[in-house]
Write a protein that binds this ligand. Structure first.
Ligand code: SAM
Length: 569
């Protein structure tokens, strides 16, 4: 039934024209860590392969034998690509490892790895990203001048980090964690332009020596020397000190501890949860929605849940949580191509949910209402609003690059229709047409994204320098939406995936202070199934990772406030 209506609706009102790039609206798939605990060896090159290599490596060897022209070719391995991803960044931050997962995803050679090696590369990068502070602390304790300097500094440092991640967090057997990792430095020259300089042999021996020292057994037990060094570190080393201090000021010590535990789980691995929203999720939990609509939405949601199999849980808010047993390319998962669902963290569904709840109660029929999704890309919330049945949804996004993703996603989900309009411009420049009547605005401002740290640990190490800039744009957008776009009597939802009060609670308090015609429209427990415990004393939602019970304990940090403008301004 769901697959029968697949034609792409025409008549999309696109105020900018684009070439639509292919995009999945989904991160690359994580895979289970356990699988790799015993991953002791990877094929590095035709010259290093031996018969003991694992099946994926053996396949690779066989295919190379078939291809005579590849006789002298060195193939990048999982470890090599992980090191390359970590070493190659510098344009976005001063830390070369930042955004390494994204660079790994973008590396065409990564897509060519066997699935098992691909997942291993991803696990290596994710572990370094999450444990960077502790890894560097261990390395500093056994190297005189750390971080290394000079021409090969990035590749040497990244190789050391990958080695330590395997030894101390992934339980890779010491031999593989050491010698197979050091091989990366030998492959480096062959894989880069021949004009590049090979890593000098003494430097390679130095890296080998450091990793061997850390993998030396302590007191003839199973503990390694590196584990002893690790005891002098703390998970908090992985989080920027300024951020820890702000969290402690904002949430107190006990809650900050819970947050850190959730962000830095004891067991290392790629975050195994992926939440998806379906076209039926929102309608299935809207209070007072037409009973038939609600009933059929629930049935369709259940049908999709069954298609995902046993490792898929229906969360109280209507999201589906996919567990770690479903692996591989997300675009190959059930119903992806026919556009039934999109990846969206459960707490990220709340802003559109509470906006729809309020407008549905106020007006009944949503079909005649016009809502704005301000700061829209990649489009999770716009898709929710479109799935709710609003008459018109205007999605506004400043970034041209990100708006291409937004359009691609709307297209895959068959939401590009005459109800949907995409505007590529800064939100502060937007003014509705003269006769337009904007009933609702969802403003999901750009922010520090610190609530997403469990999935994107990079955000936890960023410096505080861009914070003032973010605060200024958040304030500008919130005030512009309230004063210049929203109609009297309209409803506005302000949201961030930040765990800083300055970007969230304090911005809304300031907005209310400066605009006496705006009031809080408190969020009711019955409107946010599963998140009732996150409603604060103001009637705003404050989701902190690790604080809710059950499945919702592991969700992104989020803030949502719902405001209403006086009928007469
Ligand atoms: C938190 S993300 C939005 C996520 C989106 N609402 C979703 O659900 O998929 C913030 C977005 O705001 C965009 N942005 C930043 N400054 C903006 C501005 N002045 N006007 C409009 N969009 C802006 C960013 O490019 C980014 O895509």
């Amino acid at each position: 039934m769901r697959g029968s209506n697949r034609s792409i609706p025409i008549g999309a009102l696109l105020i900018a024209s684009f070439s639509i790039e292919l995009n999945s609206f989904a991160p690359s798939t994580p895979s289970v860590q356990k699988q790799y605990r015993r991953h002791s060896s990877c094929l590095f090159s035709s010259s290093t392969a031996n018969k003991k290599d694992k099946p994926a490596a053996a396949d690779e060897l066989r295919s190379k034998k078939r291809d005579k022209s590849s006789k002298n070719t060195v193939l990048p391995t999982a470890r090599y690509l992980a090191v390359a991803a970590l070493a190659s960044g510098n344009e976005e931050t001063s830390d070369s490892s930042a955004f390494a997962s994204r660079r790994l995803d973008a590396d065409v050679r990564y897509a060519q790895l066997e699935p098992r090696d691909r997942a291993f590369a991803r696990l290596l990068v994710a572990t370094v990203e999450r444990r960077l502070g502790q890894i560097d602390s261990v390395l500093s304790s056994c190297i005189d001048k750390y971080p290394p300097k000079g021409k090969h500094a990035n590749i040497v440092q990244s190789t050391l980090r990958i080695g330590v991640a395997q030894l101390l967090f992934l339980n890779t057997p010491p031999h593989a964690a050491t010698s197979d990792t050091v091989q990366v430095l030998r492959m480096h020259h062959s894989l880069l332009s021949k004009k590049s300089f090979p890593v000098p042999e003494p430097m390679i021996r130095f890296v080998n020596g450091v990793l061997r020292k850390l993998s030396r057994p302590e007191n003839s037990g199973t503990l390694l020397y590196g584990h002893k060094m690790l005891e002098n570190t703390s998970v908090n080393d992985n989080i920027a000190p300024w951020l820890l201090q702000r969290w402690t000021e904002d949430w107190g010590e006990t809650r900050t501890k819970l947050i850190c535990q959730e962000m830095m789980p004891d067991v290392d691995g790629i975050s195994s949860r992926i939440d998806v929203t379906t076209k039926y999720s929102l309608k299935s939990v809207i209070e007072g929605a037409d009973e038939d609509v609600q009933h059929s939405s629930k049935a369709l949601l259940e049908e999709i849940r069954l298609e995902f199999g046993h490792d898929c849980t229906l969360l109280p808010n209507g999201s589906l949580r996919i567990g770690s047993s479903l692996t591989g390319d997300i675009s190959q998962w059930p119903d992806y191509k026919i556009g039934t669902w999109w990846v969206q963290d459960a707490s990220s569904t709340l802003p559109a949910l509470v906006l729809t709840q309020a407008l549905s109660k106020k007006h009944g029929n949503l079909n005649s209402l016009h809502v704005i999704d301000m700061c829209s890309a990649p489009g999770g919330k716009a898709c929710q609003l479109l799935s709710a049945g609003f008459g018109r949804v205007t999605a506004i996004e400043a970034s041209r690059r990100r708006s291409k993703r937004l359009i691609e996603n709307l297209d895959r989900l068959n939401f590009l229709c005459d109800k949907c309009e995409v505007i590529v411009d800064r939100g502060q420049n937007y003014l509705p047409e003269e006769n337009a009547c904007i009933d609702g605005i969802l403003v999901d401002v750009p922010c520090s994204a610190t609530g997403t740290g469990a999935r994107q640990p990079d955000v936890l190490r960023r410096s505080s320098t861009s914070l003032n800039e973010l605060l200024a744009i958040q304030e500008l957008l919130a005030h512009h939406c309230a004063n210049n776009i929203l109609r009297p009597g309209g409803i506005m939802v302000y949201a961030t995936c930040s765990m800083l009060k300055a970007e969230s609670e304090e911005q809304v308090a300031k907005l209310l202070l400066d605009n006496v015609n705006m009031k809080t429209l408190p969020i009711e427990p019955s409107e946010v199934p599963g998140f009732e415990g996150a409603i604060d004393e103001n009637g705003w939602l404050r989701v902190l990772p690790g604080v809710l019970e059950g499945d919702l304990k592991a969700t992104d940090g989020f803030f949502v406030a719902r405001l209403i403008k006086d009928e007469v301004s």
